[in-house]
Write a protein that binds this ligand. Structure first.
Ligand code: CDP
Length: 223
């Protein structure tokens, strides 16, 4: 069985998806981490992404793998664990820019589908229900107001020891939403058959329970 969770930046997808996957005994696949790892490489290599030849050659040098340690996904960029490094806003913003490039998306498509074919997965991202796993048994579109999402991201970055600024984070989120929703290829949108969950006024536990409930309902009806 496959579950797809899509939604905008800071909607709480990763926390919620990880917990729901744990409860269901599914593999949690964070596809954003893969886009972030590619972005990290392109930033470090100072690749001019407008130059298609350079971009192609950079992508040829990138190998992305994921592995699990105690149920936690680690992402590897050319065999190096970059799970911590990819969490900065700088990498997140670059990921949003580079995720609009068809070459980048093509590179991750097979990897993501392959994992979903081999496992019961709960996969989160922007185009999972619409593009990567159109036949997923359950699709969730998880969102929340921009204010709530900015606040959550602010707390998260602070906890990680940073010195974030709320207004800058809000602007980043708005910009990222716009980029993700308006790109030509695989834009972020709610799949027609996705269940809309607005988490603005819900606790993490409430959202997780709702997803687990929906998943169990689908599992029962599939038997
Ligand atoms: O954690 P956050 O929700 O901010 O972002 P993320 O899930 O780590 O993804 C980072 C960026 O990668 C997003 O802004 C998207 O542009 C891109 N992405 C995508 O295009 N398709 C996916 N399936 C996952 C992420």
């Amino acid at each position: 069985m496959n579950i797809a969770i899509d939604g905008p930046a800071g909607a709480g997808k990763s926390t919620i998806a990880r917990l729901a996957a744990q409860r269901l005994g599914f593999l949690y696949v964070d596809t954003g981490a893969m886009y972030r790892a590619i972005a990290l490489y392109l930033l470090d290599a100072k690749t001019n992404i407008e130059d298609k030849d350079r971009l192609k050659s950079a992508l040829d040098h990138i190998r992305i793998n994921i592995a699990y340690e105690k149920d936690v996904q680690h992402v590897f960029l050319n065999l190096q664990d970059v799970s911590a490094e990819i969490r900065s806003e700088k990498v997140g913003n670059m990921a949003s820019r580079t995720a609009a490039l068809p070459e980048v998306r093509a590179k991750l498509l097979d990897l993501q589908r392959d994992i979903a074919t081999k496992n019961d997965v709960l996969m989160d991202g922007r185009d999972i229900g619409t593009n990567i796993l159109p036949n997923a048994e359950l699709k969730i579109y998880l969102t929340a107001s921009v204010e709530v999402r900015a606040e959550r991201r602010f707390k998260e970055l602070k906890q990680m020891g940073g010195n974030p600024k709320l207004d800058v984070i809000k602007e980043d989120i708005e910009k990222r939403d716009f980029q993700d929703m308006n790109r030509k290829i695989a834009p972020l949108r709610q799949a027609e058959d996705a269940v809309l969950v607005d988490s603005s006024n819900m606790t993490i536990e409430e959202v997780v329970s709702e997803i687990v409930r929906l998943a169990k309902e689908r599992m029962a009806s599939g038997e």
